[in-house]
Design a protein around this ligand. Structure first.
Ligand code: SF4
Ligand code: SF4
Length: 477
């Protein structure tokens, strides 16, 4: 066993409002510089939708992440030693500026300084790349809340999992629904961006696993951009270097949560330490698609296990990090409750950002008297009455395997029913207890999930070891 520690994240999608406060906080802190205008290290997408850059999930187009080669360690899709030389000045799978969007501002000077006249002055859009007037045709949130759905949402690559009839149903008025998917760098355990860089400029920090780009070593080859399947490294066209989310490590070292976490209005974000077995990275990344979620979960170690603690101390992990891992909300959501799942685990980068899938309303039945009845007890069974089809969520959060998604949704629904029994009373506690049992849960667990989801204080959502601060103070330079 090779125990390492990783600062990991959970986003609870049932709580996201799609307000974009997180994206704006990040933009104001990190990417309001020349050459970085088009970058959104944190962005929030409407799903179904094509996202940013457009259709980023389609690896036939972008060739990001790793591909399986039988039982051997997976290999990079985007490059290899040989292809590196061939593609060093031109990579055929690099997203273009149009795949992101051409950033623009407005000609505010004309608006504010126009002389008095018969017409209302306007501020025309001006390209931040060319400085010339432009007519924006796309932006990072052009399809927010399914705006322009005929053009955008219908092209979501995850819809390939549905039959034509199911697709039609998804966009039928009575079923029409969407959810928000906030995205940042996943600070992966098997980061394709690090493996692809010919200059060795990318690295994963030993103490907390944050993936960083050394700006002095970066030579602007951009190999990291096609390699990252989540498209979370960006090329600064003015500096000539690549950039990415740094998980606000200066804030982490001061004991503060990253700006997007701190500002999150819906309080959907959780941050905490995971201990994991690094000796299993290659074998887990090579697991078959339908075993990937469980394989990744199984390499996360129980920080309360005496044997794991012994190995962690032997590996030089500070006691404050181990104590922090024992209080980690991420460990509870991911390993203990199995509620949070990685997005597109089939890209095999072993992302360290996990999502609690959205518990969309289920389709209700109209009773004879006209009143809406509750849907059947198990809407996630074979009939799949969830408005967001399970198959769709399984493509996003289960590598096509619906079992882990169904497990999480059943548990979320049972917890909701239990709380309804406690507070509203239109479900009996016995019936709610039965739902919890059949969802592999209990009253004690439901209370704990409810506490961490709804009531907890900021110190319970963000559990940051104090030793990160001490290590930063002791670091040379
Ligand atoms: Fe690298 Fe992309 Fe993973 Fe971030 S999400 S660590 S940029 S591969
Ligand atoms: Fe969602 Fe929070 Fe971002 Fe708002 S700030 S969009 S609630 S993740």
């Amino acid at each position: 066993m090779d125990v390492r520690s990783q600062l990991a994240m959970v986003f609870h999608l049932d709580k996201c409002l799609g307000c974009h406060t997180c994206s704006v906080a990040c933009k104001n802190v990190w990417t309001n510089r020349p050459g970085a205008e088009y970058m959104w290290w944190n962005n929030v997408e409407t799903k179904p939708g094509t996202g940013y850059p457009t259709r980023w999930e389609d690896q036939e187009q972008y060739r990001g992440g790793w591909e399986r080669t039988g039982s051997d360690a997976p290999r990079l899709r985007s490059t290899s030693r040989l292809r590196m030389m061939a593609n060093i000045f031109h990579h055929p799978h690099m997203p273009t500026l149009d795949d992101y969007y051409e950033p623009w501002t407005y000609d505010y000077g004309t608006l504010f300084n126009a002389p008095e006249g018969p017409d209302q002055p306007t501020a025309r859009p001006v390209s931040l790349v060319t400085g010339k007037p432009m007519d924006p045709q796309a932006g990072p949130n052009w399809d927010d809340d399914l705006g322009g759905s005929a053009v955008y949402a219908a092209h979501d690559p995850n819809l390939d999992a549905l039959t034509p009839f199911e697709r039609q149903q998804l966009f039928a008025v009575e079923r029409l629904i969407w959810f928000y998917l906030p995205r940042t760098c996943n600070h992966c355990l098997n980061p394709a961006c690090v493996a692809a860089c010919p200059s060795g400029a990318l690295h994963k920090r030993g103490e907390d696993g944050i993936v960083l780009i050394d700006q002095d070593r970066c030579r602007g080859w951009r190999a990291c951009v096609p390699a990252c399947p989540y498209k979370k490294t960006f090329f600064n066209w003015q500096a000539g270097k690549s950039e990415k989310c740094i998980l606000c490590y200066p804030r982490i070292e001061a004991g503060e949560a990253p700006a997007c976490f701190h500002s999150c209005v819906g309080r959907i974000r959780y941050l905490g330490v995971l201990l994991y077995d690094a000796s299993r990275v290659a074998s887990v990344a090579a697991a078959p698609d339908d075993k990937l979620v469980e394989a990744q979960r199984s390499m996360i170690l129980d920080p309360n296990d005496a044997g794991v603690v012994r190995e962690a101390i032997a590996a030089g992990i500070p006691s404050s990090v181990i104590a922090s891992a024992q209080r980690s909300p991420v460990f509870r959501f991911v390993r203990e409750w199995k509620l949070a799942l990685p997005a597109h685990v089939e890209f095999r980068t072993l992302p360290m950002l996990f999502y609690v899938p959205p518990l969309s309303p289920v389709i209700a039945h109209r009773a004879d008297g006209g009143a809406l009845e509750n849907a059947p007890q198990d809407p996630f069974g074979d009939g799949d009455l969830a408005r967001l089809p399970l198959k769709y969520l399984a493509r996003l959060f289960g590598a096509g395997n619906d079992a882990p998604v169904r497990y999480a949704l059943r548990k979320e629904q049972a917890v909701r029913a239990y709380r309804r029994a406690v507070t509203v009373g239109d479900i009996t506690l016995d019936a709610a207890g039965e739902m919890l049992r059949s969802a592999d849960s209990s009253v004690e667990e439901a209370e704990a999930i409810y506490q961490l989801t709804s009531l907890c204080a900021v110190d319970d959502r963000f559990v940051i070891p104090s030793s990160y601060r001490e290590q930063a103070m002791e670091a040379p330079g």
